[in-house]
Write a protein that binds this ligand. Structure first.
Ligand code: HXC
Length: 262
């Protein structure tokens, strides 16, 4: 329940959908280490929960997240950052969570906030969302994958310009450049559209949903030939799931598939 969390709100707004709302409004959801620790706990709980198949991650209308916590980072020394593996825990999102995560971004998504959104599996935003990697203005650089994921998403030319100038880009541009899968007119449309997509995903077999996320993400790490081979292996393995039999039988019988999620 949300009671356990200081910086998050947790809900299950639709069947099979778990929602995490970043809730540190006074700091525009700045991503302090305690907040990230809570986020990891909440994500792992949804990943384990048998009733959840898709996860929605959002902030407020004003800010998805205004970055890592600058006040926490300001006094950090190299030794402290290195020996505590500062920021490494952010990778939980991409290395251990198997269920798809939709980021619904409104308002500021800057620095670590932009990087957090880029780590999610589907990114939706409002047209007026404010993305950027402003770290250069603070005498530092992106530290949670921004230089890598943003570059893959929009190409080197634009990413280099943005990261070197610290200039922001809009949700509208995020849509045009392919960072966002879809853009929405306003906050209400964003949340409704995100919930609809999450509910659609949650309506499918959990086994195939998790496998689909896994193989698409492999495309970011593997050369094409290895990626296609990896996909084929996972595809073969799904013939071992009950839901593949149920899904294909239902098609042949012109019925709606009733998934076991097994
Ligand atoms: C700590 C932050 C913060 C942040 C905002 N706040 N962003 N605190 N870390 N990243 C706090 C402000 O200090 C302020 O606290 C309160 O939130 C409201 O912010 P304002 O600046 O008053 O709001 P506004 O004028 O509307 O401006 C919004 C803003 C601005 C444009 C988003 O806050 C801003 O530029 N924030 C920093 C953005 C940034 O540089 N992000 C990258 C961080 S570096 P008080 O107490 O004064 O009310 C980073 C590194 C990533 O993310 C690498 C590893 C992950």
């Amino acid at each position: 329940s949300s009671q356990e969390y200081q910086f998050l709100q947790i809900s299950e707004p639709r069947p099979g959908v778990g929602q995490i709302t970043l809730n540190r409004p006074k700091a525009l959801n700045a991503l302090s280490t305690p907040l990230i620790t809570e986020l990891n706990t909440a994500l792992k709980a949804f990943d384990k929960s048998s009733s959840i198949s898709a996860i929605l991650l959002t902030g407020s209308e004003r800010a998805f997240a205004a970055g890592a916590d600058i006040k926490e980072m300001a006094p950090l020394t190299f030794s402290e950052a290195y020996t505590t593996s500062f920021i490494e825990s952010w990778s939980t999102l991409t290395t251990t969570i198997k269920k798809p995560i939709i980021a619904a971004v409104s308002g500021h998504a800057l620095g670590g906030g932009c990087e957090l959104a880029l780590m999610c599996d589907i990114l939706y935003c409002t047209e007026t969302a404010n993305f950027g990697q402003p770290e250069i203005k603070l005498g530092t650089i992106p530290g949670a994958g921004g230089s890598q994921r943003l570059t893959r998403a929009i190409g080197k030319a634009r990413a280099m310009e943005l990261i070197l100038t610290g200039k922001n880009f809009s949700g509208k541009e995020a849509g045009e450049w392919g960072v966002a899968a879809r853009t929405f007119k306003d906050w209400d449309a964003l949340i409704e559209g995100s919930l609809k997509t999450a509910e659609t995903i949650a309506g499918y077999s959990k086994v195939s949903v998790m496998a689909a996320k896994e193989v698409v993400n492999k495309s970011q790490d593997l050369p094409l030939r290895d990626g296609v081979e990896y996909e084929r292996r996972v595809f073969h393995s799904l013939f071992g799931s009950e839901d593949q039999k149920i899904g294909m039988k239902a098609f042949a019988e012109k019925k709606k598939a009733e998934w076991t999620h097994k």
